[in-house]
Design a protein around this ligand. Structure first.
Ligand code: AMP
Ligand code: ZN
Length: 470
């Protein structure tokens, strides 16, 4: 598979460090507000990458942090902690805000069929790891204390601007722009590893450290969480393009200075979802969420379909018209799938399927070209293979695309089943409510009733899943 690597600025053949295994790290959300559909574009495309690697047979271990401390209003280490801002807005504690928006984020992911990473770790769980790495950086001479804070000294690196060598001036301006200069910094690009002094003394969460009571900078969490679960090297680091600088640049600086060797081989950056008036951003306050799309009557998977139709390395403009077109196309596609009717005794056409699978893979092998992968779905529907083979292929491709093509088409052709499913969902909600109220007798009764109808329940970290007994 060829992937564009932001580090080398070229498409490269993907080769994992260890054959058959992939270590993948993803910057998780800052949980001070709902994720907007721009954030979720990044997570959808990263999900497709993870699932495609699995489809190719790799054993993927994917780790994601949850930013619940240290991400300040400006990426250049100034301003208020975003979490604190969220807590004030809603008159809650930072931890209440973090829990609420973490749950909301995974609920959105569930609706969009985004798989939960194997490890999800909030930054506030890893304070000792941060302290250990900062101590190491101080010992090695890559960090210094000034004015009560600990800073990373970017002048000690052979190379700091790893992603955009040609734009050094622009990036330096980005650091300074509109930001009061921090006179403790020895170099303009130095960044905070640990704060004990900030203008916002009412920071709610603080921890003891060798440098005084304080809290970590934003970047250190990703270096440390990745190290805790994936070791000293990484195959792929993923995130939105806005994080390439300064966040990812600083992650590389810290990790490579601490380990003394190269850290991550491939950097996968998803470009922005924009509105017609510019980048969608949480701090602007006006943004679209999955729930808003649902309120407008959209199935969340229509948004996934919308994203898959364009390449992750192009910015994508969201518009009502674009979404309406995606909804129409998705509905038509499901209808075509619903019209397939495999005959009794039909055999899988292995040769025909192989050629169509190669077609699907050709798209994704080419720097994860998901729009070609979607075209490969239409190619299946038109192909001279029997309906059984078509359905088999659609299920196969859906391991990566996760558009629920066959399942939704089945619901379309069996409307009476929909009513039944609604009934099941209602009973599950009642059971959850009973469990919340510690009424375990009712909860067990509902589970048994459903079991008697051949419906099995499974309690997972993402909520209750149900399936029909085979
Ligand atoms: P945040 O919650 O702000 O830490 O961002 C979570 C993820 O969403 C990061 O990977 C960001 O780079 C990404 N992101 C932020 N804004 C957008 C956008 N408009 N389009 C796509 N990805 C975005
Ligand atoms: Zn990160």
């Amino acid at each position: 598979m060829e992937l564009y690597n932001s580090l080398t600025r070229k498409k490269e053949e993907f080769v994992s460090l260890e054959p058959g295994k992939v270590k993948m790290y993803t910057c998780g959300p800052t949980v001070y507000h709902y994720a907007h559909i721009g954030n979720l574009r990044s997570y959808i495309m990263e999900d497709v990458l993870e699932k495609y690697l699995r489809y190719l047979g790799y054993d993927v271990k994917r780790v994601m942090n949850i930013t619940d401390v240290g991400h300040l209003s400006s990426d250049a280490d100034t301003g208020e902690d975003k979490m604190l801002k969220g807590a004030k807005r809603e008159h809650k504690t930072v931890m209440e805000i973090a829990q609420f928006y973490t749950d909301a984020f995974f609920e959105d992911c569930r609706k969009l069929n985004i798989k939960r990473p194997d490890v999800v770790e909030p930054a506030t769980n890893c304070i000792p790891d941060f302290i250990e790495m900062i101590e190491g950086l101080l010992e090695k001479g890559f960090a210094y204390e000034a004015g009560g804070n600990v800073y990373f000294d970017t002048s000690k690196l052979k190379e700091y601007y790893v992603f955009n060598k040609q734009d050094q001036e622009d990036l330096a301006v980005g650091v300074r722009d509109g930001v009061e200069e921090d006179t403790n910094k020895r170099n303009k690009t130095d960044f905070v590893l640990w704060f004990t002094k900030s203008k916002f003394e009412d920071q709610e969460l603080k921890w003891d450290s060798p440098w005084g009571v304080g809290y970590p900078g934003w970047h250190i969490e990703c270096s440390c969480i990745s190290r805790r679960y994936l070791g000293e090297t990484l195959d792929i680091h993923a995130g939105g393009i806005d994080n390439a600088f300064p966040h990812h640049t600083n992650e590389i600086a810290q990790s490579e200075a601490y380990f003394g060797h190269k850290w991550c081989n491939y950097w996968f950056h998803v470009h922005h979802l924009n509105t017609t008036s510019g980048k969608m951003s949480k701090s602007k306050g006006e943004f679209l969420t999955v729930s808003l799309l649902e309120k407008q009557g959209y199935d969340p998977l229509v948004y996934r379909f919308f994203c898959l139709q364009s390449h992750y390395r192009k910015s994508l403009v969201f518009s009502d018209e674009g979404m309406q077109n995606a909804a129409l196309a998705y509905q038509k596609l499901l209808q075509k799938v619903a019209d397939l009717s495999p005959k009794e005794g039909e055999n899988l056409d292995k040769e025909g399927a192989k050629a169509l699978q190669e077609n699907f893979r050709r798209g994704l092998d080419n720097d994860l070209n998901t729009s070609l992968a979607v075209t490969a779905v239409y190619d299946v529907l038109k192909a001279p293979v029997n309906d059984k083979t078509k359905l088999w292929l659609l299920e196969d491709f859906d391991q990566v695309l996760s558009l629920d093509l066959v399942e939704k088409a089945r619901q379309l052709s069996q409307p009476e089943e929909n009513g039944l499913e609604e009934e099941i969902e209602k009973l599950i909600a009642q059971r959850q409510e009973a469990r919340k109220n510690k009424d375990f007798a009712t909860a067990d009764r509902i589970r048994d009733e459903l079991k008697a109808q051949g419906i099995l329940l499974e309690d997972t970290p993402q909520g209750v899943k149900w399936s029909r007994q085979k």
